[in-house]
Design a protein around this ligand. Structure first.
Ligand code: HEC
Ligand code: HEC
Length: 297
């Protein structure tokens, strides 16, 4: 908030409280308690008149109570004009203290889990429950709550890997992130006709039958010349390059003629964010075990 608004709000709050106190003070002379009379204020609205009686004592006490409460609240809690409060309490402080306490409680648990090899940890039911929760909080937005993925976001349950499914590789992926931008646009280099031909060839690799043989033969030449470096001989893929296996019928972006053409024409570049700073080594170890468990049951 700007200092203008801080000042303005402080002014309204304090003004209201002292305004009420002032109102009680100037009417104090008429506060002779428990002295009800028949005397009226002397005015009449359509025959309705008002007695000239003091405020009831209980009402007055409540009123003063709210004023004291309001002032005490302002002294104890932070707020007015950047004031820090009597005990320095803030919701941020409280949250940080709770997080710290939770860290202290869970640190030994995570430390113990982090010392267990991933293959073994993947069989530990309780550890996997924690892993599942970490996954739901950090990964499900992209990979889906059941880790089955979506277009552009790999399925993590099928034991088909872009970057490799060994415990070390999975850990490496989560820690440092990945980037599929090596799959650049090929339109300028091989031309629109070349894009069509190589897409026919790519489809033939996974045994699709409605492939044009002549187109596919031309495409095979383009593939050997340009694509084998990453996708490997016969299109089996490469974990080092993150280049998908094109023969298994499992598609990151789709295996129809038009989608493959789009992939080759414009390129792709899926980004898996790095979680090193956000989660730390121990949680990543546990998550890696969870991912590993999804395809090793
Ligand atoms: C912002 C979206 C996003 C989030 C969040 C995300 N991922 Fe990913 N992840 C991706 C994308 C996109 C890829 C594929 C990268 C590529 O195309 O090169 C990927 C790839 C992976 C891979 C590699 C799969 C393979 O076949 O080699 C693993 C493992 C993985 N993610 C695990 C996780 C885990 C665990 C988390 C949570 C800590 C997570 N991801 C969070 C988007 C995300
Ligand atoms: C420099 C390495 C490299 C080269 C060369 C390369 N690719 Fe790729 N390719 C990749 C990577 C990495 C991906 C994954 C992109 C991603 O994760 O977003 C990919 C993805 C693809 C896909 C998507 C597969 C799916 O599952 O949806 C197709 C199709 C493809 N490449 C075909 C080709 C063709 C055809 C060529 C040659 C014209 C080629 N690639 C050349 C690295 C390469």
């Amino acid at each position: 908030m700007t200092s203008f608004w801080t000042g303005w709000i402080s002014f309204i709050v304090l003004g209201s409280i002292f305004g009420c106190a002032w109102l009680l003070w100037i009417t104090r002379k008429s506060q002779k308690f428990d002295t009800e009379t028949e005397q009226t204020m002397g005015h009449s609205f359509d025959g309705i008149e008002e007695y000239d009686n003091p405020l009831p004592r209980w009402w007055l006490v409540l009123f003063m109570g709210t004023i004291f409460f309001g002032l005490a609240y302002l002294v104890v809690y932070p707020g007015l004009g950047g004031y820090k409060g009597l005990f320095g309490w803030t919701s941020v402080n409280q949250w940080e203290a709770e997080v710290k306490k939770a860290e202290e409680t869970y640190a030994p648990i995570f430390a113990k889990l982090a010392a267990t090899p991933i293959e073994e940890l993947a069989k530990d039911e309780n550890a996997m429950k924690i892993g599942q929760r970490l996954f739901a909080n950090n990964c499900a937005v992209c990979h889906g709550s059941t880790a089955h993925g979506a277009t552009g976001f790999p399925n993590l349950t099928d034991n088909d890997w872009l970057y490799g499914g060994s415990p070390e590789k999975i850990k490496e992926t989560i820690t440092g992130g990945r980037n599929g931008s090596a799959m650049r646009a090929w339109k300028d280099e091989i031309g629109e006709e070349g894009v069509k031909q190589v897409a026919h060839y790519v489809r033939s690799l996974s045994g699709q039958e409605d492939v044009d043989a002549a187109m596919s033969a031309k495409g095979a030449e383009i593939f050997t010349a340009n694509c084998v470096v990453c996708h490997g001989e016969g299109g089996k893929g490469s974990h080092d390059m993150g280049a998908p296996n094109l023969t298994d019928g499992i598609w990151l972006y789709g295996g129809t003629q038009s989608v493959i053409e789009a992939t080759v024409r414009n390129g792709r570049g899926g980004v898996m964010p790095a979680f090193k700073d956000q989660l730390g080594e121990e949680r990543i170890h546990l998550l890696a075990a969870y991912i590993y468990s999804l395809s090793h049951q």
